[in-house]
Design a protein around this ligand. Structure first.
Ligand code: NAD
Length: 225
């Protein structure tokens, strides 16, 4: 039977590339987005009750997930003196609370299935080293790293691996407003990453071959840090 894998934020960008790659490798991929964007599931990851209802219904109808890629996320940048409480709350509620809201209904069915498992969270270079104008986003993405490391310890005995991918600057809608040529100068490889490159790493972490990798943050950033 095909392994069921949920990819959040799979309507575009990195999430879509990961979903396509995993589908190509024979996984039964369940796609998700925030709005009606042609995905299997739709809910706001900041809405705990909506996450619970949609995920529990899918698991009841189709079975537990072997893997999950927590990819959905937002940024809302501003220099700290101008960063509003609303910007802080929205990014923390979406990117960090989303980790809890999506995983909570998934983990116990995954454990009960006794068929190992894979949890991959998309953090960011901003969560590893911090980034100007992204105090809110860096806090949320660093929080995900802490959560992943703790959960990895809890789930290790069940052979469920829990890891972070920390991308640098990847060509997607999220970076459309940055000064591209200036940013590239700071990247040793002098280019942005491609969604497919992140998807390759996610596919490896999802594979059986990666079964002894857990509690790790794996960067993919062209040498940025
Ligand atoms: P994107 O904006 O192209 O896509 C974001 C996806 O997340 C979409 O499918 C959208 O529907 C979903 N989403 C957004 N808000 C949501 C919400 N409240 N509830 C449910 N779904 C929601 O973004 P991307 O560049 O592909 O980024 C994907 C992930 O990678 C994000 O977590 C982002 O923080 C992270 N990341 C991106 C970069 C980059 O340079 N693009 C770098 C590091 C990390």
């Amino acid at each position: 039977m095909k392994k069921r894998v949920l990819v959040t934020g799979a309507s575009r960008g990195i999430g879509r590339a990961i979903a396509e790659r995993l589908r190509g490798q024979g996984y039964d991929v369940v796609t998700h987005s925030v709005r009606s964007e042609g995905t299997d599931l739709r809910f706001d990851i900041a809405d705990r009750e909506a996450c619970r209802a949609a995920i529990e219904a899918d698991i009841a109808a189709n079975g537990s997930y072997y893997g999950v890629v927590l990819n959905a996320g937002i940024a809302d940048d501003n220099a700290f003196p101008a960063l509003s409480g609303e910007q802080w709350d929205r990014v923390l509620r979406t990117d960090l609370d989303g980790f809890y809201n999506v995983l909570k209904p998934i983990v116990m069915p995954m454990v009960s299935a006794r068929s190992q498992g894979r949890i991959i969270a998309i953090s960011s270079v901003s969560g590893v080293v911090g980034n100007r104008g992204q105090v809110n986003y860096s806090a949320a993405k660093a929080g995900i790293i802490g959560a992943v490391k703790a959960l990895a310890v809890e789930l290790a005995k069940r052979s469920i691996t829990v890891n972070c991918i920390a991308p640098g600057v990847i060509e997607t809608d999220m970076i459309k407003d940055i000064p591209a040529e200036e940013v590239k100068k700071a990247i040793p490889m002098r280019r942005f990453g491609r969604c497919e490159e992140v998807a390759s790493l996610a596919a490896y972490l999802m594979s059986e071959e990666a079964g002894y990798i857990t509690r790790q943050v794996i960067s993919i950033n062209g040498g940025l840090c």
